[in-house]
Write a protein that binds this ligand. Structure first.
Ligand SMILES: NC(=O)c1ccc[n+]([C@@H]2O[C@H](COP(=O)([O-])OP(=O)(O)OC[C@H]3O[C@@H](n4cnc5c(N)ncnc54)[C@H](O)[C@@H]3O)[C@@H](O)[C@H]2O)c1
Length: 445
């Protein structure tokens, strides 16, 4: 965009003035890991923010100033609610009064591994009902390229208004990394792609109010693809690290030492680590949005499928390791007690969606093991419709277990205590790698 065009575009867009003056009203649809921190950031900057969710408990929680997302402090929500800059509701009728509406709804996969964009479609239909001129609509949910202009745009244009002319439409991928102490909604660079330059400019102006590093790209499709490249990159590299771990095991080499050594190269290498499998709402799912779309256009994506295949074998690999450890002590998995440490999909968070721990526990139970778990951030989990509660990480439970398995390397765990009080420990994350001394009862991936 050249400066001359920029100026012209800005003059013809009164919404931009409203945003710059912080007079724009903002609605966020979906108050989860992505939507809630976004609401708080805009509210902190003086915007009037309305969060909309179908989950009554979440709405009530926000209005009471109680956070249910680890990275958002209750005190911050409380302040915003108190000064009336943030409220949560379940009623979509307020959408017509907003200047900007941001969708942060889930994008799961169906059992067939096909994208389920029904949440985006539902939210778009609700927006269309009260769409008015000069509104900005942004999608943040991860999805396949083309969702914004092929799916959302026609739904919104049923209102009779024209996208890019009467109202503005853009995609901006969310990169939030739950549990990350350094990077958050306000300082992770934000990519933005509108369906036309006016939409990009308007969305860029909005996000620039809460983030100093906003990167416009040429279209919503490019922005959608940026997110899928990032998550595919992670999935493929984690799969490579996982396969390295398997090969190192065959060759009796310590994979963790190998990665540490390779990471000393100051260019051309970036360390990724093996683990018990991938989890969460992004890496196991998002790349398959791309394979699906690519297949529709006649191309079968190979890296994504292979990475998915390798990553999916890891929970079984971990169970096989437990069986081997027990076997080396002349014990059978059937009847043994296994204590799983950490069920969240990653360190220091309480999110166990798609966590490999669930599959591992389920396989262990199927083989006849008595399974307990501890997670300081997860009070209970559902395994095959049965509720399991987190047990105290006590000397006695460690002592009566035949094997303790570290699935999530939470920072608060005292690994020395775990090792000293366990008969055998399988460490799938190298959480014990930094401890001084050698421990004969510890086995690493
Ligand atoms: N969690 C992450 O770390 C992360 C990171 C980057 C991108 N994303 C992407 O962001 C999107 C949202 O993810 P999330 O983790 O915040 O999900 P989430 O499940 O934590 O939150 C989604 C919220 O949307 C609500 N919701 C569902 N349908 C609704 C509707 N029709 N109207 C209003 N509210 C509705 C749900 O009740 C829930 O509170 C997904 O596409 C995800 O892939 C997530």
């Amino acid at each position: 965009m050249n400066n001359k065009y920029n100026l012209k575009a800005q003059m013809s867009n009164s919404l931009i003035h409203k945003i710059k003056n912080r007079k724009a009203k903002i609605a966020v649809i979906g108050l989860g890991y992505v939507g809630l921190p976004l609401c708080v950031e805009f509210a902190k900057k003086g915007f009037c923010v309305t969060g909309i969710d179908v989950d009554k408990k979440r709405v009530e929680s926000v209005n009471k100033g109680i956070s249910y997302i680890g990275d958002v402090k209750s005190s911050e929500i409380k302040l915003c609610v108190k000064d009336k800059s943030f409220q949560a509701i379940m009623d979509y009728r307020v959408l017509g009064e907003q200047d900007a509406i941001i969708m942060c709804v889930p994008t799961p996969l169906r059992k067939t591994k096909e994208p389920d964009i029904s949440y985006i479609i539902d939210a778009s239909k609700k927006i269309a009902e009260t769409l008015k001129a000069e509104q900005l609509i942004v999608l943040e949910s991860t999805t396949y390229p083309g969702t914004t202009d092929e799916v959302i745009q026609p739904i919104l244009e049923k209102s009779g208004l024209k996208a890019g002319k009467d109202f503005y439409l853009a995609f901006s991928p969310e990169r939030v990394d739950p549990g990350n102490k350094k990077y958050n909604t306000a300082n992770i660079p934000k990519v933005i792609g509108g369906i036309n330059s006016q939409s990009t400019l308007t969305a860029k102006t909005l996000y620039s109010q809460i983030n100093s590093h906003v990167i416009p790209v040429s279209s919503s499709r490019v922005a959608e693809m940026v997110k899928l490249l990032e998550n595919t990159f992670r999935s493929v590299n984690i799969a490579l690290a996982n396969e390295m771990a398997i090969m190192c095991d065959y060759l009796d080499i310590d994979v963790w030492e190998v990665i540490k050594g390779a990471a000393t190269k100051p260019f051309g290498f970036m360390p990724f680590y093996p683990g018990p499998g991938i989890g969460g709402h992004c890496i196991p799912l998002d790349p398959f949005y791309l394979t699906w779309k690519s297949r529709l256009h006649g191309y079968e994506a190979k890296f994504i499928e292979l990475a998915g295949e390798i990553n999916r074998t890891m929970p079984k690999y971990v169970v096989d390791k437990i069986v081997d450890i027990l076997n080396s002590h002349k014990k059978s998995i059937n009847g043994s007690t296994v204590f799983v440490l950490g069920v969240a999909y990653k360190k220091d968070v309480g999110d166990w969606r798609e966590s490999p721990a669930i599959e591992i526990i389920s396989m262990l139970l199927k083989k006849g093991a008595n399974v307990y778990f501890n997670d300081p951030y997860v009070s209970d989990i559902n395994i095959n419709n049965t509720l399991m509660r987190s047990k105290e990480l006590s000397k006695s439970l460690l002592g009566k277990s035949d094997c303790a398995v570290i699935i999530t390397n939470h920072g608060v765990y005292d690994y020395k205590f775990i090792i000293e009080n366990s008969f055998a420990v399988l460490d799938t994350r190298n959480a014990t790698g930094g401890l001084n001394g050698s421990f004969e009862n510890v086995f690493r991936l």
